[in-house]
Design a protein around this ligand. Structure first.
Ligand code: AMP
Length: 267
């Protein structure tokens, strides 16, 4: 595995290869990231992983400060997975890289866009830089951040970037809780409570399959359990719009808090 820190260097190296897969991450790597990397390894001769904690997508400074980065561990994980190139740029390397004029897609003001204003603008800014530096044919993204996939996919379309998004399943603990870098800030009790919330949403979905989505009832149930949340929405994930029926084309999207740690998931 070669570690590269300079944008121009990785760009020049990659020119030698016809195609390669790309897994962008913010580090603090866990089983979720590992599954993306494994999928990329399976589908491509060459795998490029980036680790860049993008300050522009953090709407809360404390959240950025407390991000559980561990670069040494990340490097060793990437090595063990036989990543070919690990790109670890600085802020300057990313943002001073010259790119074409960026067109922003329309970002519907729901869920993460509503509760974290500016977040997706930050995501687009960094993705625009990263895919210019690493112009892969395939980019691996996790369904845990489904709305992010939608926004990036619209960005790629509108900017005529010939990159295919490979969606990867959400990896969960046995308890049902989605693995997330932010989980590292929870103790066992917190992890248990987070799993309980997710399993409750799962059960609600199962019990209401093919029925009208009663958001008020679900919100009341969450309130009665003293669960703190920003939103709970039933979204048709093909069209990415709200749906009033729970079906095989919809997922329940939730942003909730455990011990003041904000977690998101879609079931
Ligand atoms: P992040 O480092 O949080 O920016 O995540 C990098 C990529 O890993 C994103 O495409 C995420 O959606 C994906 N990811 C994060 N957690 C999981 C998970 N539990 N299962 C699958 N993919 C994940």
């Amino acid at each position: 595995m070669k570690i590269v820190k300079k944008s121009n260097e990785i760009k020049t190296i990659l020119k030698k290869y016809q195609s390669y897969g790309f897994v962008p991450t913010m580090g603090a790597l866990h089983e979720g990231h590992k599954s993306l990397i494994r999928k990329c390894k399976k589908q491509n001769k060459i795998t490029v992983v980036s680790i860049f904690l993008n300050p522009k997508q953090f709407t809360n400074k404390e959240d950025l400060k407390k991000y559980p980065s561990n670069i040494k561990k990340d490097i060793s994980i990437c090595k063990s997975l036989k990543v070919d190139f690990l790109f670890i740029p600085s802020f300057k390397e990313v943002y001073s890289f010259k790119t074409k004029k960026l067109k922003y897609p329309i970002i519907t003001n729901i869920m993460e866009a509503k509760y974290r204003p500016g977040h997706f603008i930050g995501v687009i800014k960094v993705i625009d830089k990263l895919v210019s530096i690493v112009p892969a044919k395939k980019m691996y993204l996790g369904e845990k951040d489904y709305q992010q996939i939608k926004v990036i996919s619209d960005y790629l379309k509108i900017n005529k970037k010939n990159i295919k998004i490979i969606k990867c399943n959400t990896i969960r603990y046995k308890s049902g809780l989605a693995i997330s870098s932010r989980n590292k800030r929870l103790n066992n009790k917190g992890l248990f409570n987070a799993s309980k919330i997710i399993n409750f949403v799962k059960k609600f979905k199962k019990n209401n399959q093919n029925k009208i989505f009663n958001q008020k009832k679900l919100k009341n149930l969450l309130d009665s359990k003293k669960i703190k949340y920003d939103y709970i929405e039933n979204i048709n994930f093909k069209k990415f719009i709200r749906s009033n029926k729970i079906s095989k084309n919809t997922k329940l999207f939730i942003a909730y808090y455990v011990n003041n740690i904000r977690l998101i998931d879609n079931i």
